[in-house]
Write a protein that binds this ligand. Structure first.
Ligand SMILES: CC(C)=CCC/C(C)=C/CC/C(C)=C/CC/C(C)=C/CC/C(C)=C/CC/C(C)=C/CC/C(C)=C/COP(=O)(O)OP(=O)(O)O
Ligand SMILES: O=P(O)(O)OC[C@@H](O)CO
Ligand SMILES: [Mg+2]
Length: 239
């Protein structure tokens, strides 16, 4: 698999190995028409709960990738692997330190063709990921765009992830970031709990990520799939 396995993804569901999902709900998610399942969470992810969730998703044809938050959870068998780095943290372990340690120890073992670096811009100061990584999430628009440009234009990262985990973000800011990107593929995640919000995010992001609502209101989560696809068809019609 090439590193751009995600390039056609418009909509993905993010499932957390640390949260329970029953077979019926998992079936609905995996057969929803979403482009992929992204497995990941900011805490409580272990090798065992990741294997459990992956093996259940593997009953379905939907592509399935893993977003690593801990180097000890390198579970083989996913279609692809995303390795996050947090751009707007002052704690360098979350930007590069843990990565260097992991590559020092495991670099020779990695399936490099299926690994993609992911630059996170963490914008909800009250999120678990912001607290964990000490992200400086209260950024002005020009600061957020500057971080994005460092990742995109200076570092050539393949994926920029605008992360509002737990709250719906500023779509004007997302638009500004997108319009200043040259190469990076743009993921947006955070607070998508309705078709309307999914469509708004799809107007600017290349890939819309839907997480927590899966566990809170499954029907609302499922409605985001067609909302994203309709929004993209409308944009194609306009251009
Ligand atoms: C098959 C095989 C051997 C695979 C190899 C995999 C492997 C061992 C790779 C090692 C190489 C490497 C460079 C690893 C990186 C080390 C690492 C994990 C660094 C830290 C990554 C990081 C910045 C983590 C911080 C947290 C984060 C950004 C997580 C991403 C997911 C996320 C934000 C989830 C949302 O959180 P959630 O818990 O859902 O939040 P809520 O509670 O608010 O919902
Ligand atoms: O859980 P929500 O708020 O939908 O966010 C999705 C994802 O961006 C979390 O990493
Ligand atoms: Mg979550």
């Amino acid at each position: 698999m090439l590193p751009s396995f995600y390039s056609g993804w418009k909509h993905v569901f993010k499932l957390d190995p640390d949260r329970d999902i029953d077979d019926e709900a998992l079936d609905a998610i995996c057969t929803s028409g979403t482009d992929a399942i992204l497995v990941g969470g900011s805490s409580g992810v272990t090798f065992d709960n990741t294997v459990d969730l992956m093996s259940r998703i593997r009953r379905y044809e939907v592509p399935c990738a893993f977003e690593l938050s801990d180097a000890s959870c390198g579970v083989p068998g996913f279609d692809g692997y995303f390795i996050p780095s947090v751009l707007n943290t002052k704690r360098s372990e979350w930007l590069i330190g843990r990565h260097v340690e992991a590559l020092r120890d495991f670099g020779h073992l990695l399936p490099w063709d299926s690994i993609v670096g992911e630059a996170y811009l963490v914008l909800n100061p009250d999120s678990a990921v912001a607290r964990l990584t000490g992200a400086e999430a209260n950024l002005s628009e020009s600061e957020a765009i500057a971080y994005s440009q460092v990742a995109d234009r200076l570092w050539n990262v393949p994926v920029l992830y605008v992360e509002y985990s737990g709250t719906f973000g500023d779509m004007g800011l997302l638009k500004g970031i997108k319009s200043n990107l040259k190469r990076a593929h743009l993921f947006y995640g955070g607070g998508i709990n309705s078709a309307e919000r999914a469509a708004q995010a799809a107007a600017h992001a290349d890939t819309v990520v839907v997480g927590n609502i899966i566990y809170e209101n499954l029907d609302a989560a499922l409605a985001t799939v067609s909302a994203v696809n309709h929004s993209i068809k409308e944009q194609e019609h306009v251009f």
